[in-house]
Design a protein around this ligand. Structure first.
Ligand SMILES: Cc1ncc(C[n+]2csc(CCOP(=O)(O)OP(=O)(O)O)c2C)c(N)n1
Ligand SMILES: [Mg+2]
Length: 678
């Protein structure tokens, strides 16, 4: 085994900059490989630019101030500092690679891991059984482990950890890893791999998981030597949680877990070329401030990056200092209070008329931690045609990827916004006043009052899904954590719940993964046991991962699940209604011909009961509040409410895919008049 190595299966350098679109292109990969060759010879200036995020480990093994001179990560996970110094096995102790892995997790402050064991990872599960501080939650499907880790990460800001065995266990993690990659969520996946002598032989349960996940992880490693385990796992946590967060996979060969090694701690990182830039360039910030001072129709276009950077307070200050309107994307909901007068709502395909109109008519987009996703821009070449663009992002690959930035700013959003506040204040002082946005606001207010969000009352007396979601938001309030599935119910939850706080709205924005809600809610509840966690799920989505209700029941994780049961794959059906002449090909979850009602198969109340949860059903408007209150009062068991809702409610407003945002409809065939009372 002495000739085996730890191979970064995804080349290390240029991690952040290689990211473009949904994954690296072959050319990106070639560039990565090339830059890896030269990474050790980078100019010193590059390294100086690297400043770790608060609480994170230093890059490339550089010792943190006050840390031992050996170059230990003072804390490889944000907020894990104190725990990282807790006594575990003394460095130098001889143990198996598996025991060293558990000791590493303990040193990194990991308190929970979601997973399922199997042959290749069995050696790890043995010492894990004895860990005094790492709780393992046995899920029912590895996809659930991955989404639970993501839910945990989004609530705590620390990497969530999932584990799986080789082959099918590992491949079941692909979807949640891709999901976390698209939404920049720090997840560390640890997979068992077949013994190194079997790698490449089509051994039993062998899958090249590092190869498979290469395009959907920020980085991944294959470890074949026991002594490399602590350093590699610590590096994985560092990479996942610094710069643009993302998922990192560590695949460990079974013989590396079984071999004996000396536990070396603290480890010295070996991440040449990984130096995320967090500090913005001050000249760019001043240029942005000048544009802000001169703009007459500016908009703060805010994405999930603001939440990831913990920059909500700074954003509030900047918004109030300038009086500029704010739009918050699907991933940015909660980054700026929905109830704030300056919040115009969500932009994009199902955004408000005011938010979409503001971007379209703007003369300056101040883009903070957002990425000009196609669901926001609509037809790209018609998006915000008159706007200059300031684009701040931690990932340089995002800048000018979809829309050219006039003022690019690479940096951590919190640092960028803090510097912007200073630069804008200086501009205002020089001018003696702040920019006058009265005319702009009167236009925006006119759109807001003419085209507010709303929904119709179903004519057959059935429940309006929007009403149900609105009432959950009102009754559970802004302190609750809301987790959505994917589909119509997700859009209504984004629209009709007032998102007041960062980290209280979890959903699958980039990948749009049905099945996300139940396991992510489970992870969120584990992360914040005192919080009230509501999953708003669709009847289709729920059927993809509801087996985690068994995990919740057994492990004592009392989440609340609201199934918005319209008996069909509603979002797809909506498109069939609008664009496929009402030909409902394979979107009805029942079978109307044979009178098998999709809202009753399966019977979700019985299913909840079978899983050891409380199952409730609601079909009438007048019962909605009482049943939500009933669920709110149950805190010792998971609760599932089956809300039977109108089968044909639609999400409005809507920009049809591939069309211009200017062609938004606020209801069927109803387009706003843009030039209303200015
Ligand atoms: C794993 C996966 N498969 C398919 C899709 C395509 N898709 C998007 S929304 C949707 C329907 C979701 O149905 P449901 O959960 O009932 O939610 P509703 O739209 O009815 O609220 C489908 C099939 C997807 N996003 N994810
Ligand atoms: Mg549905």
């Amino acid at each position: 085994m002495t000739d085996q190595t730890t191979a970064p299966a995804t080349p290390g350098p240029a991690l952040a900059s290689a990211r473009k679109g949904t994954g690296p292109t072959p050319r990106d990969l070639a560039a990565r490989a090339a830059s890896r060759e030269t990474a050790d010879h980078r100019p010193a200036g590059d390294a100086e630019q690297a400043r770790p995020r608060p609480g994170s480990a230093p890059a490339s093994g550089a010792p943190a101030s006050g840390a031992p001179a050996s170059g230990a990560p003072a804390a490889a996970t944000p907020g894990a500092g104190d725990r990282a110094r807790e006594p575990g096995p003394a460095p130098g102790t001889r143990m198996t690679g598996a025991a060293a892995l558990v000791a590493t997790l303990e040193r990194l402050g990991v308190d929970v891991v979601f997973g399922i064991p199997g042959g290749a990872i069995l050696p790890l599960y043995d010492p894990l059984f004895d860990s005094p501080s790492v709780r393992h939650i046995l899920v029912r499907h590895e996809q659930g482990a991955g989404h639970a880790a993501a839910g945990y990460a989004q609530v705590t800001g620390r990497p969530g950890v999932c584990m799986a065995t080789s082959g099918p266990g590992a491949t079941n993690l692909v979807t949640p890893l891709a999901d976390a990659y698209m939404d920049s969520v720090p997840v560390v996946a640890i997979t068992g791999q077949v013994a190194s002598s079997l790698i490449g032989t089509d051994g039993f349960q062998e899958a090249d998981i590092s190869g498979i996940t290469l395009p959907v992880t920020k980085h991944n490693f294959l470890v074949t030597k026991a002594e490399d385990i602590p350093r590699t796992v610590a590096e994985a946590f560092h990479v996942a949680s610094t710069g643009r967060p993302g998922p990192v996979l560590v695949d460990v060969a079974k013989d590396a877990l079984q071999a004996t090694t000396e536990f070396r701690w603290p480890p010295v990182f070996d991440l040449p070329g990984y130096h995320p830039v967090t500090r913005p360039h001050s000249r760019q910030v001043r240029e942005a401030a000048r544009l802000i001072a001169a703009a007459s129709r500016p908009v703060l276009y805010v994405g999930g990056g603001v939440i990831k950077a913990g920059a909500s307070q700074e954003l509030l200050e900047l918004a109030e200092l300038t009086g500029i309107p704010v739009v918050t994307t699907l991933m940015g909901r909660g980054g700026f209070p929905s109830s704030h007068r300056q919040n115009l709502g969500m932009p994009g395909m199902h955004g408000t008329v005011a938010a979409v109109g503001a971007l379209q008519k703007s003369d300056l987009l101040i883009t903070l931690g957002a990425r000009f996703d196609d669901r926001v821009t609509g037809k790209l070449d018609t998006f915000a045609p008159g706007a200059a663009v300031v684009h701040a992002d931690i990932d340089p690959a995002e800048i000018s990827k979809n829309r050219r930035a006039d003022v690019p700013i690479v940096g951590d959003c919190r640092e960028v916004i803090t510097e912007l506040i200073g630069a804008v204040s200086a501009e205002q002082q020089q001018a003696g006043h702040r920019a006058d946005l009265t005319a702009w606001w009167s236009q925006l207010d006119a759109w807001r009052s003419t085209y507010p969000l709303g929904y119709g009352k179903p004519d057959d007396g059935s429940l309006a899904p929007q009403f149900v979601i609105e009432r959950i938001g009102k009754i559970a309030g802004p302190d609750a954590i809301y987790v959505a599935g994917v589909g119509q119910h997700q859009m209504w939850a984004a629209q009709f719940i007032s998102h007041e706080r960062p980290g209280h709205w979890l959903n699958s924005g980039g990948l749009g993964t049905m099945g996300y809600a139940v396991p992510a809610a489970m992870g969120a509840k584990v992360a914040s046991p005192g919080a009230c966690v509501w999953a708003i799920d669709g009847d289709g989505c729920f059927q993809m991962t509801n087996q985690e209700l068994a995990t919740c029941a057994v492990e004592g994780i009392p989440v609340k699940i609201a199934i918005i049961n319209n008996g069909n794959l509603g979002m797809v059906r909506q498109w069939q209604t609008l664009f496929y002449n009402k030909r409902y090909s394979n979107t009805d979850l029942g079978d109307r011909k044979n009178e098998l009602d999709g809202t009753r198969i399966p019977d979700f109340v019985k299913l909840a009961d079978a899983y050891g949860c409380i199952g409730l059903r609601c079909e009438r408007k007048e019962d909605v509040d009482a049943i939500i209150e009933q669920a709110m009062a149950i805190n010792d068991q998971p609760v599932v409410i089956d809300f039977i809702v109108h089968k044909d409610a639609m999400v409005w407003p809507m920009v049809a895919a591939g069309t211009s945002n200017s062609d938004i409809k606020f209801a069927r065939d109803m387009a706003p008049e843009w030039e209303t009372s200015e």
